[in-house]
Ligand binder design. Structure first.
Ligand code: NAD
Ligand code: LMR
Length: 338
């Protein structure tokens, strides 16, 4: 066949779609805290994502090494490293998605809220820069305490006049990842087929897995559901204790962060039916921020999905978590407005 007939044949469009640079839009992803325990494996996983064309790695130090290392991988994205506050603007300019795993992790005996004093200031500074350099980016907040850092980000963006609730996400995907793993183990079903929504927030009892909606269905006893719920709520602490002072979940978090960022990119690119749980501005309960299933689209949040039918145990868990989540939200808002 001649080149001309190939170009005009009905299949030519499909053939051209084989060339990623023509079919997939350019997307820049920035990782803030990229030299850290989460940041490094997350940088690796984002480098493996074919939806990313430009990967900006920012940290206060040590980013050139991470960027040089990851940059040698023969995948689509161009990698650049930025070190120190003077380079933050360049890291953020043109970013479609900004992932924030910057901040200190827990040690045994600490709650996530014990990180507030250090991480609140870090997140505030980074969000002020986002408002200035990439106000339209989708922000994926990983830094703890997520229940408060997301409201802090919202307040910073409001002050800067750039707040769009559709573009701010607390990353709770690790709770879903854990719930799926633990459920598959107990229910003896293939883990790859498991779906479990996790709602509420991202700390202790504010993490509410909805095992009554888990699929594939399994006949678990009340005691088994209670144990699974508790293990999911304490999953972070399980890792903190096992690491015995050397930090918290990094590898499973990088995996979860990469899944969530990929969902954001798919949504931006117009893929249909992209649904993930996330902690977002919400009206599905009386709390201003709440994690639930969210449909992602070209502008970020397309729809915050409702909770669906809850078991009595889950209804009780929902009522119990509200005061703690409310106070973490208020703490964040107060800090941001000081
Ligand atoms: P880490 O200490 O290994 O790495 C944090 C990185 O942030 C470091 O490289 C540090 O230099 C950098 N950093 C500090 N201040 C910064 C700033 N102003 N700008 C840019 N970078 C800065 O910690 P980690 O294990 O990667 O954890 C990071 C955060 O993620 C912690 O707050 C932790 O609690 C949280 N976390 C959240 C989840 C979740 O499910 N949302 C899961 C695991 C960990
Ligand atoms: C997690 O759930 O693993 C993170 O929030 C880190 C932590 O402190 O538990």
């Amino acid at each position: 066949r001649s080149i001309k007939s190939l170009a005009t044949s009905p299949s030519s469009h499909i053939l051209r779609r084989g060339y990623a640079s023509e079919a997939v839009p350019d997307r820049k992803v920035a990782v803030l805290g990229a030299a850290g325990g989460i940041g490094q494996p997350l940088a690796l996983l984002m480098k493996l994502n074919p939806l990313v064309s430009s990967l900006a790695l920012y940290d206060i130090a040590n980013t050139p090494g991470v960027a040089a290392d990851v940059g040698h991988i023969n995948t689509r994205s161009e990698v650049s490293g930025y070190s120190g506050e003077a380079e933050l603007g360049k890291a953020l300019e043109g970013a479609d998605v900004v992932i924030i795993p910057a901040g200190v992790p827990r040690k045994p005996g600490m709650t996530r809220d014990d990180l507030f004093n250090i991480n609140a200031g870090i997140v505030k500074g980074l969000c002020q820069a986002i408002a200035k350099y990439c106000p339209h980016a989708l922000v994926n907040m990983i830094s703890n305490p997520v229940n408060s850092t997301v409201p802090i980000a919202a307040e910073v963006f409001k002050k800067a006049g750039t707040y769009d609730p559709k573009r701010l996400f607390g990353v709770t995907t690790l709770d879903v990842v854990r719930a799926k793993t633990f459920y598959a183990g107990k229910a003896k079903v293939p883990v790859a087929e498991v779906n479990v929504p996790v709602v509420g927030g991202h700390a202790g009892i504010t993490i509410l897995p909805l095992f009554s909606q888990a699929t594939p269905k399994a006949n678990l006893s009340d005691a088994e559901i209670t144990a699974l719920t508790k293990r999911t709520q304490d999953g972070g602490t399980e890792v903190v204790e096992a690491k015995a002072g050397k930090g918290s979940a990094t590898l499973s978090m990088a995996y979860a962060g990469a899944i969530f960022a990929d969902a954001c990119l798919k949504g931006l690119n117009g893929a249909p039916d992209v649904v993930e749980c996330s902690y977002v501005q919400s009206t599905i309960t009386e709390l201003p921020f709440f994690a639930s299933k969210v449909r992602l689209g070209k502008n970020g949040v397309e729809e915050v999905l409702g909770l669906g039918p809850l078991s009595d145990y889950e209804k009780e868990g929902l009522e119990k978590l509200k005061p703690e989540l409310q106070s973490s939200i208020e703490k964040g808002i107060k800090f941001a407005n000081q």
